[in-house]
Design a protein around this ligand. Structure first.
Ligand code: 1DF
Ligand code: MN
Length: 353
C-alpha cells in the first residue's frame, strides 16, 4: 500500500505505451461543494455522506495522496505518472461527480468541470485526455453537454453510475445514449456507492465502497441497461466499465442461461426478448478496463471470454497509485502483441487517442 509506491517504472521501457483509462480528477470546488452538501445534510444518501465525511477530513496519508492527486492535472500528477511509467491518462470527474447535486447546480457544475479540465489539460496535451462530465438529472442538457464536450475535443462521457437512485435504463435518460451514439463517443460507466435503498447491509460491514459495493452497484446498472434493450435501440453505442467488467465476465454463463429462461417463460413484464445474448452485448458494445485489478489470471480470463481487443489498462489513480502494479503487469505471461493491445492500442481505438 506504499511499499510498492517506492518502485519506479520507466516510461519507454517497453515496446508499448502505457495508457491509463480510468483516472480520477476534480476541480477543488467539487470538494467544497460536497462539504456544503454534507453540512446542510442536503443529500439523502447514507453511503455518500459516510464516504465524504471520511475523504474530506481524514488526516491519513492515503487520503492526502488521493486529494492531492484528484485536484492536480499538472505537475504533481505528471510526476506520479512518470514514476509509474504511465505515458497518457484519460481523466474523468471523480465519483459521484455532480450526480448528488440538485439539477440546476449539477448542470452548471458539469460544464464548469469540463471547462476546468480542458484548460488544465493544456499543461501536457500529449499526456492528458479527458471525458465529458454530465448531469443525468437533466437529460436534455446532458445530451447538449456531450456534444459540447465532444466538439471541445474530449474523448467520451463519464457517468458515475446511479443518479439519486435512478438508473439509465429508464427511458427518460435515453437522449444521453442517443447523443453518444450519434457522435460515436463512448460512455464510461464508473462506480458509485449503492443508493439509499441498497446501502444499509453494505455500510454495516464497510463494504459500500471500492472494496465491493461499487462493483455490485455498477454491474447491476450495466445489466439493467442491457436487459432494457438499450443496445438494440442504440446498436452502435459503446460503453466502458472498469474493475474487469465489475465481475460481469465471470457471471456470463449464468446470466445468459437465466436471462433466456426468464424470457422464454415470460416471467417478467420487464424482461423482454432481446436481439442478442447478454454475452454478445458484452463482446460487441462494451469494453472493460482492469482498473484496480492488477491481477494476471483475472485479466487473462476476461481476454479469453471477451476477446483481447476488449480489455484495456487502467490504474484507477489516485485511489490506487501503485507503480509496483504496473511493473507486475509488464511481466504478465502474455504475447507482446496482446500486451500492446492491453496497454496501448485498445485505448487508442476506444478513446481516439
Ligand atoms: C474510492 C475509489 C472512492 C474510487 C472513489 O470515489 C473512487 C475509494 C469517491 O477507494 O474509496 O472513484 N475509484 O475509482 O477507485
Ligand atoms: Mn475509478
Amino acid at each position: 500500500m506504499t511499499d510498492q509506491a517506492q518502485i519506479k517504472v520507466a516510461r519507454g521501457s517497453k515496446p508499448y505505451l502505457r495508457i491509463a483509462t480510468e483516472e480520477g480528477f476534480c476541480p477543488p470546488e467539487l470538494l467544497t461543494a460536497y462539504r456544503k452538501l454534507i453540512e446542510k445534510n442536503a443529500v439523502d444518501d447514507p453511503a455518500f455522506n459516510t464516504m465524504f465525511r471520511f475523504y474530506l477530513d481524514s488526516p491519513s496519508a492515503r487520503v492526502r495522496q488521493i486529494n492531492n492527486g484528484l485536484v492536480s492535472v499538472g505537475e504533481f500528477r505528471l510526476k506520479q505518472m512518470d514514476d509509474a511509467g504511465i505515458d497518457k491518462a484519460i481523466l474523468s470527474l471523480t465519483s459521484p461527480g455532480v450526480q448528488v447535486m440538485e439539477k440546476d447546480d449539477a448542470v452548471a457544475f458539469a460544464a464548469y468541470a469540463n471547462d476546468w479540465l480542458f484548460s488544465e489539460m493544456k499543461s501536457a496535451p500529449d499526456r492528458f485526455y479527458g471525458l465529458t462530465a454530465i448531469a443525468p438529472q437533466d437529460p436534455a442538457a446532458a445530451a447538449k453537454e456531450i456534444e459540447r464536450g465532444h466538439h471541445m475535443g474530449l474523448r467520451g462521457v463519464i457517468i458515475n453510475s446511479h443518479t439519486k437512485g435512478e438508473y439509465l435504463d429508464d427511458k427518460k435518460f435515453w437522449d444521453i445514449f442517443a447523443a453518444a451514439e450519434a457522435l460515436g463517443t463512448p460512455i464510461y460507466l464508473h462506480p458509485q456507492t449503492p443508493p439509499k435503498d441498497m446501502s444499509r447491509p453494505f455500510l454495516e460491514r464497510g463494504l459500500d465502497g471500492a472494496i465491493f459495493g461499487f462493483a455490485v452497484e455498477t454491474s447491476l446498472h450495466m445489466l439493467r441497461i442491457i436487459i432494457a434493450g438499450v443496445f438494440d435501440r442504440f446498436p452502435k453505442l459503446t460503453m466502458v466499465i472498469g474493475h474487469l467488467g465489475e465481475a460481469i465476465p465471470f457471471w456470463l454463463y449464468r446470466l445468459d442461461y437465466m436471462h433466456r429462461a426468464g424470457v422464454v417463460s415470460q416471467r417478467y413484464e420487464s424482461m423482454k426478448p432481446l436481439k442478442r445474448t447478454i454475452s454478445e452485448y458484452m463482446k460487441e458494445n462494451v469494453y472493460i478496463t482492469n482498473s484496480g485489478v492488477a491481477w494476471e489470471p483475472g485479466i487473462k480470463f476476461c481476454q479469453q471470454v471477451l476477446g483481447v481487443d476488449r480489455v484495456l489498462y487502467a490504474m484507477d489513480y489516485p485511489y490506487q497509485y501503485e507503480p509496483g502494479e504496473v511493473a507486475k503487469l509488464d511481466e504478465m505471461d502474455m504475447s507482446d502483441a496482446d500486451k500492446k493491445k492491453f496497454f496501448q492500442t485498445n485505448a487508442e481505438k476506444v478513446f481516439r487517442v
